[in-house]
Design a protein around this ligand. Structure first.
Ligand code: 3PG
Length: 318
């Protein structure tokens, strides 16, 4: 009897591990495809305000169809839910546009090296805005993260200061989004929460995209891109926008199934490494040894950061 129960339990644990493994593998694969098409589109059609808007519009459309056809049950929300979502959507919109603007100016690999600095922003925001204190090990783990990103940046062959600053703005905005979104996610679940976030961000972003770029230059830019790439260009845009939604959705599904610790290792370490390596190979990006060393140190710092036991209470010194 005990043996049968033990086998049953072991099978369940193995099935859960397999499920998480499949979620993670699809998340990284979807993200690699998004990054490749995102860069290809931005190279041919350098209008990040429009492409960011199209990503959110495609995600919103996919979810509206899922809700209408009952593939996904629509969330039950009230005015308070949308009010609480507003600051999260503002942070998500700023982060998304800034990340896309940065990506239009720097190599995909360098953009992900900049993003591996996100834990440093997370600690600084929590410390200075929320008065939260951390174990000394957390502060120490920031040294390789910051030092590694700085080393990689100093040796980046195609360094672009504006792109670097936009990447940093995206890091900061995503930290605020993550801190704020923890509060509302439980009521509707990860997938629907991300869907509502896409819809609200789309509404916020659209007027700004029109003001910053506008239909006239989009039309001229589109014709130029189609004349250079051919009619296939529309498929690049379709891949960029659909994969943007899919990878984000699978990342929220993964978050639902794992602890934040496993999630952050899967996110920062494995996902960024997959994208950095894949994009260097596909775009044949020139990488100097010191550049690669900086990236490795920053990612190792993130690994150290994720190993710190956050459950040890530390008194806030406000
Ligand atoms: C975006 O456009 O929102 C960013 O590219 C997202 O970046 P990340 O999911 O790789 O952090």
């Amino acid at each position: 009897q005990i043996n049968i129960e033990f086998n049953e339990e072991a099978r369940e644990v193995a099935a859960q591990k397999l499920k998480i493994g499949l979620y993670f593998a699809s998340w990284w694969a979807l993200n690699v495809v998004f990054n490749i098409y995102n860069k290809k589109v931005l190279n041919a059609f350098p209008f990040p305000w429009l492409t960011s808007t199209l990503c959110l519009a495609t995600g919103s459309l996919i979810m509206l169809v899922c809700w209408a056809t009952k593939i996904t049950e629509a969330p039950k929300t009230d005015l308070n839910f949308w009010k609480a979502l507003l600051p999260v959507a503002v942070a998500h919109t700023i982060g998304h546009v800034a990340a896309t603007m940065s990506m239009s100016k720097v190599a995909v690999s360098f953009s992900h090296i900049i993003k591996s600095g996100e834990p440093a922003f997370s600690v600084l925001v929590s410390r200075f805005f929320l008065g939260q204190a951390f174990p000394l090990a957390v502060y120490l783990s920031l040294l390789p993260i910051i030092g590694g990103v700085a080393l990689a940046a100093a040796n980046e062959l195609n360094f672009n200061l504006t792109g670097f600053i936009e990447g940093m703005i995206a890091n900061l905005a995503f930290v605020f989004r993550n801190i704020l979104s923890k509060r509302g996610m439980d009521s509707v679940g990860g997938v629907n929460y991300y869907a509502c976030l896409s819809v609200m961000s789309l509404l916020i972003l659209t007027p700004f995209a029109i003001a910053m770029e506008g239909p006239q230059i989009w039309a001229a830019g589109w014709d130029k891109a189609v004349s250079q790439i051919g009619p296939n260009f529309i498929w690049w845009v379709a891949a960029q926008t659909v994969f943007y939604h899919l990878y984000n959705q699978v990342s929220y599904m993964s978050l639902n199934e794992t602890s934040p610790l496993t999630f952050s290792i899967g996110n920062v370490i494995m996902r960024r490494i997959s994208v950095i390596v894949a994009s260097i190979l596909i775009f044949r990006t020139s990488v100097q040894p010191s550049n690669a060393l900086g990236a490795a140190i920053a990612i190792f710092g993130t690994f150290l950061y994720s190993q710190v036991d956050f459950s040890i209470p530390v008194l806030a010194k406000k």
